[in-house]
Write a protein that binds this ligand. Structure first.
Ligand code: UT7
Length: 316
């Protein structure tokens, strides 16, 4: 984790990004028409106004991955490794990454990573690690179809989750690369507060997840920032897991980072689990919110509980 070690190893940089979202938009009004809920409640408690529903983790990952490769100008046949973060795989086996590898015509290895909503950051950090081991081009995707494991009659969860994917291309650099510090963590003793059994719907103790989410976002971010030798005040953009705007606001406040520096897409996507952080990163980058040299903090949390943070110096 120490910065000095990262500086000695070959690094990598994000050179392209892309997203995959279903066409079908479900608004809060659509949900209020069939559930005991309201647009007002959902917006006030979560910040979500609409979400996209449809597709499969594989199909959305293909869309995002294809767009990211095009954006980076990278030939799919030159990719060394695909890391696909998902907790809603299309099949029990093989990995959904096998489908994506075939559809995109990737060479090299392909596997899924399951760390629930933290999965993309786990895969991203592992991707930088693989660059240190000699991989030249790595495709990192987060893709989830949460609607498949959500009880659409349960107002406690149906209003929160959506479907979507985001992807980045990592390319090896001669120098140190983008990753300045990272933190990965897990507390499996709390796995009962958010889970989905095989062929069953997601069960969540929302209040408990909320409380712990704020805490682990802060402690994990601080650890990654300390490893990077960066002060919170120097963070130009925070790319947090998009679960609830109140969780993001509370964590930013405790980190003393203005909430205006957070990338937010949940208003239009809902919580897309592993898709959420790359969707928010792509949105911020496309909006011109990132310049070379900017310090970026990506931070996720989710079922497990798991959490993951990375501090990057943006460069394209
Ligand atoms: O990727 C990680 C996944 N999950 C999360 O990050 C979720 C974390 N938790 C949360 O985001 C919030 O806890 C929720 C948005 C789930 C709930 O917000 P809250 O402010 O904690 O509300 P609450 O659970 O305390 O519920 C308040 C009231 C309850 O009614 P009573 O007991 O006060 O009469 C609920 O039954 O709101 C009721 N309620 C709803 N009302 C309208 C719960 N869901 C709904 C709903 N519409 N959809």
């Amino acid at each position: 984790m120490a910065t000095s070690r990262l500086l000695q190893a070959p690094g990598a940089t994000i050179t392209g990004w892309g997203v995959g979202l279903p066409d079908n938009i479900v608004t809060n009004a659509d949900l209020a028409a069939r559930l005991d809920t309201s647009d007002e409640w959902i917006v006030e408690r979560s910040g979500i106004r609409e979400r996209r529903i449809g597709g499969t983790s594989g199909s959305l990952a293909v869309e995002a991955g294809r767009a990211a490769l095009k954006d980076a100008g990278v030939d799919p046949a030159s990719v060394d490794l695909l890391l696909l973060a998902t907790s809603t795989p299309d099949q029990q086996m093989p990995a959904t990454a096998s489908f994506v590898q075939d559809e995109l015509g990737l060479s090299g290895g392909a596997c899924d990573v399951n760390a629930a909503c933290s999965g993309f950051v786990y895969a991203l950090v592992a991707g930088y690690g693989m660059a240190a081991l000699g991989a030249q081009r790595i495709l990192v995707i987060g893709s989830d179809v949460m609607s498949r494991i959500t009880d659409q009659e349960d107002r406690g969860t149906a209003v929160l989750f959506g479907d979507g994917a985001g992807a980045v291309v990592l390319e090896a650099t001669d120098g140190a690369g983008q990753l300045l510090g990272w933190d990965l963590g897990s507390d499996g003793s709390t796995r009962h507060i958010l889970y989905a059994d095989h062929r069953a719907h997601t069960k969540m103790d929302g209040k408990e997840v909320f409380r712990r989410a704020v805490r682990v976002m802060v402690t994990s971010s601080v650890r990654a920032l300390e490893a990077a030798g960066v002060a919170p005040a120097d963070v130009k953009l925070v790319v947090p897991h998009q679960a609830n705007v109140r969780i993001i606001e509370a964590a930013c406040k405790r980190l003393e980072i203005p909430t205006e520096r957070a990338a937010l897409v949940l208003e239009h996507t809902g919580n897309t689990s592993a898709g959420s952080i790359p969707l928010a990163l792509a949105d911020a980058a496309d909006a011109g919110r990132l310049d070379d040299g900017d310090i970026v903090l990506v931070v996720g949390f989710g079922a497990g509980m798991s959490w993951a943070s990375a501090v990057l110096r943006w460069a394209r």
